[in-house]
Design a protein around this ligand. Structure first.
Ligand code: SF4
Ligand code: SF4
Length: 498
């Protein structure tokens, strides 16, 4: 999790207010009040005036309602309350909020000594550097942003600056538009959320379904499915049973752990690996949607290496819907990209919320999880299933399962975290420079516990997940009998592409 900045606090405050009003049934009537409660006349002020602050806030609320920016707040609230979700991208730039950050890539700082050697001038292949008022000066009309000058200066006086959002995006999907406002290219974006964390102006927002979920709870049986990374998220001192009970108090009828489906996935993926190992030089996991999307959109020649096994979210959704086709399934996790994966699997996943959104719902419903009484709780998954939350966990689960079911098969596993690192590793594997036949790719550093919508430090939750996983009775996936039983009952755990 990134440090909680003012941007994060505003985002959470808005979500909590929206949740409170939806629970109280006053959202449509009172939605405009959020503008005044979150942006008060007294400040603090981050932009030029209260009107600008509120204009930004209006856009933020509409995206948080999953509604178009063209609507009034009241219209947007009415649509969200009726269950409507417009076809917005998962990750959006708020036009009012984007500060059109500077795009001069190289600048000469006060550290320039106007030295005799002038390595910068000599290094520039375009003759773009001259001395003006005793300091090197870069002529932007000639500069091709090659960075030679920066590398050549012995004082480090030339600074490379780039927009935080662009720098964060490993797939180069975000760039300055004609008006210098950030624009996301949907054909390249994999909804990883890295730009949302990076933007210091809070100009990048993921759409939310908090209001739609709360409304469904008033009429339907809504079931929560917690991502394996939930351990430690809602307070490091909380018992797991308290978290489960607090989630139920939000209005969820039942709570499942997606790690239950992770055990099914581990077995399916192990079998798929064994069956296809002679047909492809390596196989990758498919459970991280941003990683799988990155392969599909940016390394399409390797698309056939991605496992066809569904993710633990979809596997668990299939189990819940088999047991009760009327159940409304809500996945709750650390991930923004899962919102897209949920939309692609509407048959099994009705809504996707993040830990951040659920924490805001607790604030909105005035639930203090620390005060909730809960009985002992035992995990629904094996040690390996629970370990899907951490980088290296999927790899280990598949390895353990292959070793248990087909010990003669050799698995040489490799893993990487961060989309840029995953891309490099995949290309090296393709070129035969890494001796591995199974690859685990995770878009977030540390795995899902490092996701963009987590609430607690990745190092802390990583340890918590490890401790929780150690309490599981079953150690490897095939030992989880209820999950293996469900595996037999649900016919298909694979994606079939046209
Ligand atoms: S970081 Fe990007 S999105 Fe954020 S204000 Fe700057 S240009 Fe706009
Ligand atoms: S791929 Fe990630 S960082 Fe790049 S634009 Fe999309 S959400 Fe932002």
């Amino acid at each position: 999790m990134a440090q909680v900045t003012e941007v994060g606090k505003i985002r959470r405050r808005v979500l909590a207010e929206m949740a409170r009003m939806t629970y109280e049934g006053t959202l449509q009537e009172k939605i405009d009040d959020i503008l005044e409660t979150v942006v008060t006349e007294q400040g603090p002020r981050y932009r030029c005036c209260v009107h600008k602050e509120r204009a930004v806030l209006k856009e933020r609320i509409k995206i948080s309602l999953s509604q178009s920016l063209d609507l009034s707040l009241k219209e947007a609230a009415a649509n969200a309350l009726s269950g409507e979700i417009v076809g917005l991208p998962i990750v959006n730039v708020l036009p009012e909020a984007c500060d059109r950050c500077p795009i001069d890539k190289f600048i000469v700082t006060d550290a320039c000594r106007n030295c005799v050697a002038h390595h910068c001038i000599n290094s520039c292949p375009k003759g773009a550097i001259m001395v003006v008022q005793d300091r090197a000066y870069i002529d932007k009309t000639k500069c091709v942003e090659c960075g030679m000058c920066k590398r050549s200066c012995h004082y480090g006086a030339i600074l490379e600056i780039s927009r935080p959002c662009e720098r964060a995006c490993d797939v180069k999907a975000i760039h300055a538009g004609k008006d210098r406002k950030a624009t996301i290219d949907e054909t390249k974006c994999v909804s990883c959320g890295a730009c949302r964390i990076a933007c210091p102006f809070g100009a990048i927002v993921d759409r939310s379904m908090v209001v739609q979920v709360i409304e469904r709870m008033k009429t339907d049986k809504v079931v929560a499915m917690l991502a394996p990374a939930f351990i430690g998220q809602f307070g490091v001192k909380l018992k797991t049973g308290q978290v489960i009970e607090a989630i139920k108090q939000l209005g969820f009828a039942e709570v499942y752990e997606a790690s239950f489906g992770a055990d099914i996935v581990a077995v399916e993926e192990a079998n798929e690996f064994i069956e296809t190992k002679d047909d492809r030089s390596f196989m990758t996991n498919s459970c991280c949607p941003a990683f799988a999307d990155m392969v599909g959109k940016h390394l399409s020649a390797l698309a056939d290496r991605v496992s066809t096994t569904v993710s633990p979210m979809v596997a668990t959704g299939k189990v819940i819907k088999r047991k009760d086709p009327e159940a409304v399934v809500v996945f709750i996790g650390p991930c923004i990209a899962k919102k897209g994966e949920g939309l692609r699997n509407k048959e099994f996943i009705d809504y996707v919320l993040t830990f951040e959104e659920v924490a805001a719902m607790m604030v909105g419903k005035r639930i203090n999880a620390a005060e909730v009484t809960a009985s002992e709780y035992t995990s629904m998954a094996s040690r390996d299933g629970n370990s899907f939350a951490k980088a290296g966990g999927v790899m280990q689960a598949v390895l353990d399962t292959v070793q248990m079911t087909a010990p003669e098969v050799v698995v040489k596993a490799h893993h990487a975290e961060g989309l840029g690192n995953c891309k490099i590793a995949l290309l090296q594997m393709k070129a035969g420079k890494i001796d591995a036949n199974f690859f685990e790719g995770m878009a977030c550093e540390g795995g899902c516990v490092g996701g963009p919508a987590t609430l607690t430090d990745v190092r802390v939750t990583s340890k918590f997940v490890e401790n929780y996983a150690a309490t599981s009775v079953a150690k490897v996936a095939p030992e989880n009998e209820p999950a293996m039983d469900e595996r037999k009952k649900v016919v298909d755990f694979h994606q079939h592409h046209a």
